[in-house]
Design a binder for this molecule. Structure first.
Ligand code: GDP
Ligand code: CA
Length: 323
């Protein structure tokens, strides 16, 4: 079975790890393409930082800081502390020392003329992704940066809104700088066209999956692929499990409920991208309402407590579109 996952950082990475565990349990060889959001990327201290790509790489490579969900475990932040002593950079954004090595390597390769896809492949090789049957791709090789319209002044970088302000400044909307000129990275459209199943994991529907879907060509590829497309709700009982997805949804006028997010994505054939939607038991009503409108849905415990629990969620998602 060929699978393509359109992923943000922590939610998408944890889901993908569970999906790989499921395939391993079943003795099925994994053939998984993960397309990562790169709208959170930025230049900081002269290096290119790609938060969602790195969260995926560290999580699938067994190096992630488990409780935090992102960054390296056994991490230190001596370099960041010293940069702060010079008064440079964003004191509210800590780059770990080991993490910095990733950004330095990537930046060196980018400066040598490699594309982001090529640099990502080189970084991923160290973490054994190919050996697990995983191909990690950025959504685009062109820089696309999500900026947030906060009303006063110029829009600010997404990371400034998210990390510095903890999304407490109301967002009026999001602007993806560079998007119009961006194209899907090599292999992205092909992987959607050739997949048996495309999965929208429980990632932020606005600034993770929404950004990927906005890359020219990706939404169209989903509309016409013979693959089934299934999503897992990141909203449980009217709130995101972690992070500030509710603030992102509010900015685009979508309620933070499992049903509203499904309707926002929409059904294929009716201008949307999904065939099926898995919600939490707490949202069984949403599943029932969507089912009355012809959606393939089910409710289950969707809290990704650990890898076995997440593998079970992945199994439920795949069973919704099993033919
Ligand atoms: P980010 O880029 O690091 O913000 O990560 P993603 O966009 O991939 O995922 C963030 C989303 O994951 C948030 O909206 C959370 O609600 C959702 N999420 C995190 N943990 C869980 C979980 O255990 N279960 C479900 N259903 N959603 C989760
Ligand atoms: Ca992210």
């Amino acid at each position: 079975m060929r699978l393509t996952v359109l992923s943000g950082g922590v939610g998408g990475a944890r889901f993908t790890r569970g999906l790989l565990a499921l395939l391993a349990d079943r003795g099925e060889p994994a053939d998984v393409t993960v397309v990562a959001n790169t709208g959170d990327d930025m230049w900081l201290h002269g290096v290119r930082v790609c938060p969602d790509l790195d969260t995926l790489m560290y999580t699938l490579g067994g190096a992630v800081h488990e409780e935090q969900g992102w960054g390296r475990r056994d991490e230190t932040s001596r370099v960041s502390a010293d940069l702060a002593a010079y008064g440079v950079g964003w004191e509210w954004f800590t780059l770990g020392d080991l993490d910095l090595a990733t950004h330095l390597a990537r930046t060196q390769w980018l400066r040598e003329g490699l594309t982001l896809s090529e640099a990502t492949a080189r970084l991923s090789a160290r973490w054994g992704l190919a050996g697990q049957g995983v191909r990690l791709l950025p959504m685009s090789d062109q820089p696309v940066e999500t900026h947030v319209d906060v009303g006063a002044g110029e829009p600010i970088h997404f990371e400034e809104w998210w990390v510095r302000h903890r999304a407490s400044v109301p967002a009026r909307g999001f602007v993806q700088v560079g998007l119009a000129a961006a194209t899907a990275a090599p292999g992205v459209l092909e992987s959607i066209a050739a997949a048996d199943v495309v999965v929208l994991p429980p990632s932020n529907p606005v600034v993770s999956v929404g950004t990927i879907l906005a890359v020219p060509g990706i939404r169209d590829a989903l509309a016409i692929t013979p693959a089934a497309v299934v999503g897992v709700s990141p909203i449980i009982g009217g709130a995101p499990v972690r992070g500030m997805a509710a603030e992102c949804l509010a900015a685009i006028g979508v309620e933070a409920t499992a049903e509203a997010v499904a309707r926002h994505y929409g059904r294929r054939g009716a201008g949307g991208v999904l065939d099926a939607w898995l919600v939490d038991d707490a949202d069984a009503d949403a599943a029932a309402a969507l089912a009355r409108d012809g959606w393939a849905t089910a409710a289950t415990d969707t809290l990704m407590r650990d890898v076995p629990a997440t593998a079970r969620i992945a199994a439920e998602a795949l069973s919704l579109v099993a033919r």
